[in-house]
Design a protein around this ligand. Structure first.
Ligand code: ADP
Ligand code: UDP
Length: 239
């Protein structure tokens, strides 16, 4: 399937229409942003790594029975996906405390959260993605109660699959963000799962292997993403 017009240029991906109105092409760029787009840098190979990583993860999730957008990998930086009617609310599950939870509640980074927490954030850069709850989502028409229940169920189902997968590969899945959309009436996992939207720590050393390396200026960002891919058994083209 060929790219037609550019539908939307986001901070890290460009969305293209195709000849089939039910499908889109997601193009992963090297742009890396933090702090709601206030800081943007180009990191070589990041688009390729995240595209291939996302395809790999979505395939594993589909095998586990989770409905995903993924149709197929088209190239190093592009994949074909179902065109979802995106729900503008991000779902975040946390197995350990980090990031905004630590800033908001003053808890220790790394504290184990049992059971894992579930949070909703409105996708709105201008407002810095504020935390919202289910009643806001329903009152403002972002999603209905049934869709919210399904988003929560699927977000925890993803945790069951990925926590074990990363653990087997020597990593802690600290937290992650998912976006869902609706395709022909069904709630489906969209957007991406990559080290740009989750936190992964080495199990032994607690070394950060995710976008916090960029946010905190630690360097070796794409190298860390490639290390994660390699540990999962995903082969990437050589440097
Ligand atoms: P942002 O919008 O946060 O800058 P991206 O650069 O990742 O993010 O842009 C990708 C955009 O495409 C996001 O707005 C996301 O909600 C949307 N999107 C992701 N997957 C799909 C899909 N399967 N169908 C429709 N839109 C999608
Ligand atoms: N996250 C994301 N996009 C966002 C906000 C958060 O991918 O717009 C991810 C982030 O990478 C982390 C998790 O969601 O894995 C929880 O993020 P948090 O609320 O701690 O916010 P942060 O401090 O990372 O901005």
């Amino acid at each position: 399937m060929e790219k037609q017009t550019e539908l939307y240029r986001g901070k890290a991906k460009t969305v293209h229409t195709t000849e089939n109105p039910d499908y889109l092409i997601l193009e992963f760029r090297d742009d890396t942003s933090a702090f709601d787009g206030e800081r943007i840098e180009q990191l070589a190979r990041k688009g390729m790594v995240n595209n291939r990583f996302n395809h790999f993860i979505m395939e594993r999730l589909a095998e586990a029975g989770i409905p995903t957008q993924m149709e197929k990998l088209l190239s190093d930086t592009e994949c074909l996906v179902k065109k979802l009617d995106m729900i503008p609310v991000e779902c975040v599950v946390r197995n350990r405390a980090a990031g905004s939870l630590v800033r908001r509640l003053g808890v220790a980074e790394g504290a184990e959260l049992t059971p894992p927490t579930f949070e909703l954030f409105l996708k709105n850069d201008a407002l810095h993605d504020p935390m919202v709850n289910e009643s806001h989502a329903i009152a403002f028409g972002w999603a209905n109660a049934e869709q919210l229940a399904e988003m929560k169920r699927l977000t925890f189902a993803v945790n069951d699959v990925l926590k074990a997968m990363f653990d087997d590969a020597g990593m802690i899945l600290v937290d992650y963000k998912l976006e869902f959309g609706v395709f022909k009436g069904q709630v489906v996992l969209g957007d991406e799962f990559s080290p740009d939207g989750c936190r992964l720590w080495d199990k032994e050393t607690l070394t950060k292997l995710d976008k916090d390396r960029f946010r905190q200026g630690l360097g070796g960002v794409v190298e860390a993403y490639e290390e994660v891919a390699q540990r999962l058994g995903l082969e990437l083209p050589p440097r």
